[in-house]
Design a protein around this ligand. Structure first.
Ligand SMILES: Cc1cc2nc3c(=O)[nH]c(=O)nc-3n(C[C@H](O)[C@H](O)[C@H](O)COP(=O)(O)O)c2cc1C
Length: 103
């Protein structure tokens, strides 16, 4: 089972969590920072974990663009999301809704 952890990170917090998560997974893991470029061959992966920090209630635009561009392929994968945010409840709920709507 191959897992892709694709993430966007502005100040490095999401990157840190994504790397830590990768270290704790048993299967073959590839990490990709999509902040500059999200092109990737998704056919090589069984599982995809999508990571983003939250700014003003929304996940990264690059991550949302990735979800939209690869929507059809992503629907055939086991998916999980990693949202890196502060502790305020309402923005996090809003972020999840934005994320789910895009997928
Ligand atoms: C300008 C600014 C806006 C933010 N907006 C939100 C927000 O709306 N909701 C939230 O939960 N966290 C918000 N945060 C917190 C960030 O999501 C959090 O610091 C995150 O760990 C940053 O991760 P990164 O370094 O990977 O980009 C904001 C942070 C900044 C600096």
């Amino acid at each position: 089972m191959r897992t892709l952890i694709l993430y966007s990170s502005k100040y490095g917090f999401t990157e840190k969590v994504a790397k830590r998560l990768g270290e704790h997974m048993d299967n073959d893991v590839v990490l990709k920072n999509c902040t500059k470029d999200f092109s990737i061959d998704l056919t090589k992966f069984d599982n995809v974990i999508i990571g983003s920090s939250i700014y003003v209630g929304k996940p990264s635009v690059t991550v949302l663009d990735f979800c939209e561009s690869y929507q059809r392929l992503l629907m055939n994968k086991k998916l999980a999301s990693l949202l890196q945010a502060s502790v305020r409840k309402r923005p996090r709920v809003l972020s999840m809704r934005t994320f789910q709507k895009t997928l």
